[in-house]
Design a protein around this ligand. Structure first.
Ligand SMILES: [Zn+2]
Length: 311
């Protein structure tokens, strides 16, 4: 079946979570808020602002509840946070997130290393979180997304069989997630694989349940993979400003695809992102103000917008 391509897409900025959790420095809370506000003012309408994980393990994300509360004051912003367990989900609901994400690593070795959970334990956690969400009053009930991490390969296990991805996709849906995301945690994916896995996952989970991809740029294929996903009708794309990111439990994983370059690709194709590129590029200074030692990546910010670019 030919899936219609969208004339607009949603860019989900994950820098404040995926980016910051992999930085050595800790961004001061006030500067983090300024950065999030800057991203919002540039037109981003979905931001993953943190994770509800033990502050002892991730001091960079210790202020997630405060950042969620701040982000919720920005009209029409979808505020996302990751949680590893029921306790995290309780904190996320109390903070008032729009959507909760649970990262389930298809590589069980990575799952144990990253979340200290086997697949069975992770699925049980998902089931409990879904139950907790269902028990909330409808107005304050967050959406629940299961992210299939290492779906395209793992820097510990190597090849990840697609049958495993599909089996866990089914189990996540059965355990109560609303939607699934496919994550290339370590940046091993190539475009034809992206297309194939999106199609197959939609076959088992339902087309309307697979809406987003999370891509890393380790081998420079990030934008090619994003375009492949777009051609399959994917409408939500994770990326991070300056290409920050990685995974502490995945040796060799490099940063996320760069938001500036992703927006440039879509806008230059005439696909609306709602993001003003000049304003987005200006936000890099806010990011650098909070993390002066962090190197920022991005081809578009370095080259500047081409004269042919229609704003
Ligand atoms: Zn990531």
């Amino acid at each position: 079946m030919k899936v219609p391509m969208k004339d607009k897409v949603l860019i989900s900025e994950v820098g404040p979570r995926d980016g910051l959790q992999n930085c050595k420095g800790v961004m001061p809370t006030a500067l983090k808020k300024t950065w999030v506000k800057g991203l919002y003012d540039a037109g981003l309408r979905e931001i993953e602002v943190g994770s509800f994980v033990p502050p002892r393990l991730f001091p960079q994300l210790a202020d997630t509840a405060e950042i969620v509360a701040f982000a919720k004051t920005l009209p029409n912003l979808r505020v996302l946070a990751l949680v590893p367990n029921l306790r995290g989900a309780e904190a996320a609901i109390n903070a008032g997130v729009t959507s909760i994400g649970f990262p389930l690593s298809v590589s069980e070795t990575h799952s144990v290393k990253n979340l200290r959970q086997t697949h069975d334990q992770a699925i049980e956690n998902v089931r409990q979180i879904a139950e907790l969400i269902a028990a909330q009053p409808k107005a304050s009930r967050p959406e629940f997304e299961g992210a299939l991490s290492t779906a395209f390969g793992c820097s510990i296990e190597g090849v990840i069989p697609e049958s495993k991805v599909l089996n866990l996709a089914e189990r996540l849906i059965a355990a109560g997630v609303d939607e699934l995301g496919l994550s290339d945690t370590v940046g091993y994916a190539q475009p034809l694989q992206v297309k194939r896995l999106i199609r197959k996952t939609r076959e088992v989970a339902g087309a309307d349940r697979v809406k987003s991809v999370h891509l890393h740029n380790t081998y420079g294929l990030g934008l090619a993979n994003a375009f492949a996903a777009y051609e399959e009708g994917i409408e939500v794309f994770d990326s991070s400003q300056g290409g920050l990111g990685g995974c502490p439990a995945s040796p060799g994983a490099s940063g996320n695809i760069v938001t500036e370059d992703l927006v440039f690709m879509f806008e230059s194709m005439g696909v609306s992102t709602g993001v003003n590129l000049d304003a987005l590029i200006a936000c890099r200074e806010l990011l650098s103000a909070g993390l002066p030692d962090e190197q920022l990546y991005g081809m578009t910010p370095n080259a500047g917008l081409p004269k042919s670019f229609a704003k």
